[in-house]
Design a binder for this molecule. Structure first.
Ligand code: SF4
Ligand code: SF4
Length: 80
């Protein structure tokens, strides 16, 4: 059953999956999100603490965790 309660687990395996998508994402690169915490897996760990954020594009919909966890929209680095 689909549920808004679905939660992505914060595991090292999931962080590695995320790095393949967020790590190559234009928004991530433009805002140098590797410099701020959380630096990955925003869908589980919340939005970036970067003081300024410009949304460029989001690769979340291509990520396997996105479908698996029934996530919507993406841009979790900015929107939490
Ligand atoms: S959450 Fe989406 S917009 Fe943000 S860095 Fe990851 S892929 Fe890019
Ligand atoms: S859905 Fe987005 S933030 Fe979550 S693991 Fe995938 S690429 Fe990272």
């Amino acid at each position: 059953m689909k549920s808004a309660e679905t939660k992505v687990e914060d595991t090292e395996e999931n962080r590695q999956i995320c790095r393949k998508y967020c790590g190559g994402c234009p928004t991530y690169k433009y805002n140098s999100l590797e410099k701020f915490q959380p630096d990955t897996l925003f869908c589980a760990r919340g939005k970036s603490s970067s003081p300024s954020m410009k949304e460029v594009n989001c690769y979340c919909p291509a990520c396997p965790l996105f479908d698996k966890n029934n996530l919507v929209i993406g841009r979790f680095c900015h929107r939490g």
